[in-house]
Write a protein that binds this ligand. Structure first.
Ligand code: IPE
Ligand code: IPE
Ligand code: MG
Length: 260
């Protein structure tokens, strides 16, 4: 079934809001934050959870509707086993500790990624949080865990093929409807902390027309002020979606890419 809920940026020129509706963040630099302080890498992950809390609060205050955070990539299993298991425990503990607060703040919680390798305790905690918060609408908070952009697209295609064996033509709409973030518009703004300028297999399909903002700040130091910097940078951009600048100016009153 085609996903009619949101505009595809490659099929139709989407409307542009002054405040990005959807912000997706690669939370990078926890290990370096810890190393600078002669602490074990995992201390950076613990502090990273604090930054998540502050970022959620700031996003709500600014009127962001969707906040998507990359917490663990499908490639992060390559890390030392102790670090991986610390991250998994931290995820479980944070979820158990924060779920009622998320719910109390009207947040609808989602997890995207392959759950098949997770401890059953984690899977249960995720399901419980999604069930409890499923009807909330103030902010859609999505945590990408054991997520990979290629996995997402391949899973979508494979689901389509499994449902309709012999399918010969797969449309963009069919894929959009099957992606793990089919419930959300495409990210308007992509932020990566930690100084690296790469996507690291995050939302490959959905970032087609997102605006990118990179900062050297390490994730545990991220806060509302840095979020405002990213939003201010976003507001300076001219989102042309393939058109010329002159076309945008001529289209005054219509669907324009420049922020109102
Ligand atoms: C991001 O910080 C958190 C995860 C990938 C889980 P890093 O752990 O990648 O920190 P650096 O990049 O090594 O500093
Ligand atoms: C990307 O960070 C994944 C997350 C933040 C969860 P990494 O630190 O794993 O990315 P690379 O390996 O440096 O590209
Ligand atoms: Mg990193």
């Amino acid at each position: 079934m085609a996903n009619k809920a949101f505009t595809s940026s490659t099929q139709v020129v989407p409307g542009v809001n002054r405040v990005p509706r959807h912000i997706a963040i690669i939370m990078d630099g926890n290990g370096r934050w810890a190393r600078k302080r002669f602490l074990p890498r995992v201390a950076g992950h613990t502090r990273g959870v604090e930054a998540v809390r502050g970022t959620i609060r700031a996003a709500i205050e600014r009127g962001v509707e969707y906040l998507t955070l990359f917490a663990f990539s499908s490639e992060n299993w390559r890390r030392p086993v102790e670090e991986v298991s610390f991250l998994m425990q931290l995820f479980i503990k944070s979820l158990q500790k924060e779920v009622s607060r998320l719910h109390g703040n009207g947040i609808c919680f989602h997890v995207i990624g392959d759950r098949s390798r997770f401890d059953p305790v984690l899977v249960k905690a995720i399901e419980a949080a999604e069930d409890l918060t499923g009807k909330n609408t103030r902010l859609h908070l999505t945590v990408a865990a054991n997520y990979g952009g290629r996995w997402d697209v391949l899973s979508a295609v494979n689901r389509i093929l499994a449902r309709q064996p012999g399918t010969t033509g797969i449309s963009e709409e069919m894929i959009n409807a099957e992606l793990s973030m089919s419930f959300a518009p495409e990210p308007d703004l992509f932020i990566r902390t930690g100084g690296e300028q790469r996507i690291s297999n995050f939302l490959l399909w959905q970032l087609a027309y997102s605006e990118f903002f990179f900062t050297d700040a390490l994730w545990p130091d991220f806060n509302g002020k840095l979020l405002d910097q990213a939003i201010a940078s976003y507001q300076e951009r001219e989102r042309r979606f393939g058109r010329t600048s002159d076309q945008l100016i001529a289209a005054k009153g219509g669907e324009v890419g420049r922020h109102a």
